[in-house]
Design a protein around this ligand. Structure first.
Ligand code: EPZ
Length: 430
């Protein structure tokens, strides 16, 4: 099993190309099930989760071809992938596939809308929490679907004649349930209004792509989304938006090590709240023509309190990385996690590097320390594992991160991107 060895101490200087967003690419790929025409996605990142979803979509009947090509955007291997699902050959998403990647559960929306039925395994919990699916069930039921849970599967069927547009207000904001309801409603009879919808940029990206396919969606990016149902969707060509979580992660890495880096091919407006927190911690951040410049010279890292929230709040997917940064601040900071109940698995691993963190309920108190010391640590989930990399970049000596398959799910060529900016990061294959 691969591990990553980081030898701390070097500043970061150079250019880091930002990849297409994993969390936009996944729902966009799933949207290809809504049409018998070809959906072409550009700027798709090369990640384990994308490869897994390619297998899952293939299982439903999608024909998928990949054109790798080097894009100008730095040295990024953004890929263009064509998805054509002439016929849905199987409306079941089995446990063996759904249990490997939670987002694959989202196929329930397109399958139900296009075929009138779907049998999808319940995804179960994961390292960051129990992660129920009640909001999906209620949302789809509001569109007229009959839903039964049987032997670990959700059996969903649409009424004869298809799903029916409705007004539904989510009791809690959910990115995935917003994606699914929006996809399902594109082919429903009549108009659907989703209240308390997720406002994440990835929801907007999906709505833009669905509209390019012929859907009639307005309001994406606000908390009320309106979808006027159409009888069919066509193919389209769509470019996946830049990864705001990867952007924020590298911005925090630079804030941690000091140095001067251009994050290329990204957009500061995707993560205003997080960038503001990094600025308050002492880094300078300025937009450039091709992305953003992050630099910190001289001054130390200041303590900053953050609370995670749905967009436009501070993203839960950057919580662990920000905690990594705060381990070296010159004072005491507090980080409160409000989205997932168990997203603090990195705390004990950061402590192995010498961090001083105490947990009280959903809040971590971080007392900054003058130095961290390299140690063997274990990745527990995708974002937790990259927080260990950020800490490792300044830790004295070697930090060896095991279980790096978590990192490979969401960070494209991480060691190469960091190494090119002067870090000493090496993948070790046993
Ligand atoms: C998406 O997950 C992202 N995944 C997550 O990123 C991200 O952390 C999360 O949104 C929040 O921003 C993808 O986009 C593939 P939610 P999702 O439904 O959609 C509760 C990463 O590291 N909830 O918005 O699954 C849920 O338990 C991943 O890239 C219900 O209670 O998250 C959580 O507390 C991890 N019932 C809250 O809502 C439901 O039916 C928000 O979850 C659904 C969700």
């Amino acid at each position: 099993m691969d591990r990553i060895r980081i030898t701390g101490g070097n500043e970061l200087h150079g250019i880091i190309p930002i990849s297409g967003a994993k969390n936009a690419a996944l729902p966009l790929m799933i949207a290809s099930l809504l049409t018998d025409d070809t959906l072409t996605l550009e700027n798709v990142p090369h990640l384990a989760d994308v490869e897994q979803l390619i297998r899952i979509l293939g299982n439903h009947g999608a024909d998928i071809s990949v054109n790798g090509r080097r894009e100008r955007q730095g040295e990024s291997y953004a890929r263009t992938i064509h998805f054509t699902c002439r016929n849905i050959v199987d409306t079941t998403a089995p446990y063996e596939l759904v249990s490997k990647m939670r987002a694959s559960f989202w196929v329930i929306g397109p399958l139900l809308a296009r075929e009138g039925k779907a049998r999808v395994s319940l995804p179960g919990g994961c390292a960051i929490g129990t992660r129920p699916v009640d909001l999906f069930i209620e949302g789809l039921a509001a569109l007229g679907a009959n839903i039964e849970i049987d032997s670990g599967y959700i059996n969903a069927t649409a009424p004869t004649g298809g799903l029916i547009g409705a007004r539904y207000v989510f009791p809690k904001v959910s990115v995935g349930a917003t994606h699914v309801m929006m996809m399902a409603a594109t082919l429903a009879n009549g108009t659907t209004t989703i209240g308390n919808a997720a406002r994440e940029p990835e929801v907007v990206d999906l709505a833009n792509c669905l509209n390019a396919m012929g859907a009639k969606i307005t309001g994406a990016g606000t908390s009320t989304i309106t979808i006027e149902g159409v009888t069919s969707l066509s193919g389209a060509r769509h470019r996946v938006l830049p990864d705001r979580i990867e952007t924020g992660t590298y911005a925090m890495a630079v804030a941690m090590t000091g140095g001067d880096v251009i994050l290329e091919g990204t957009d500061a407006s995707l993560l205003d709240t997080a960038l503001e927190a990094i600025r308050r911690a002492g880094a300078e951040i300025t937009p450039t023509e091709t992305g953003i410049r992050v630099y910190r010279n001289g001054g130390g890292i200041k303590p900053v309190d953050v609370v995670t929230d749905p967009f436009p709040g501070f993203p839960t997917d950057l919580q662990a990385q920000f905690m990594g940064l705060m381990t070296r601040s010159s004072g005491v900071s507090h980080i409160t996690e409000t989205i997932f109940e168990n997203r603090f698995m990195h705390v004990q691993e950061l402590a192995r590097l010498g961090a001083r963190i105490t947990l009280s309920g959903q809040t971590a108190k971080i007392e900054g320390v003058p130095r961290l010391k390299g140690a063997p640590v274990m990745a527990t989930d995708l974002r937790a594992s990259v927080s260990l990399v950020i800490a490792g970049l300044v830790a004295e000596g070697d930090t060896m991160v095991s279980r790096v398959y978590h990192l490979d799910r969401g960070f494209e060529r991480l060691e190469e991107k960091l190494t090119r900016c002067g870090a000493i990061v090496e993948r070790v294959t046993d």
